[in-house]
Design a protein around this ligand. Sequence first.
Ligand code: SF4
Length: 86
Amino acid sequence: MPIGPEHRTRAYSDTFENALIRTNAGMASFAVPGSPHRCGRCLYWLEEAQGGKGRCAAYTRLMRGRKGALVAASQTACKMFEAARR
Ligand code: SF4
């Protein structure tokens, strides 16, 4: 589910609005529109549930141990993406 309330009024530049609509709770930073990378391929994504859901370890680190919402493996990556060796 995207962050922020549904049907909100656009208040920022097109670039930032595009990032906002692609960003979901539990991510370490805003999604990067047009990025070829996905969270499921990121070093910081840790699979925790069936169905391709996991948590972002970078978020947990930034929030000093507090776990964020589950993030889908198919989620568009943020600027902190680092390719995992899998
Ligand atoms: S790209 Fe990596 S660091 Fe960014 S939200 Fe996804 S799992 Fe976290």
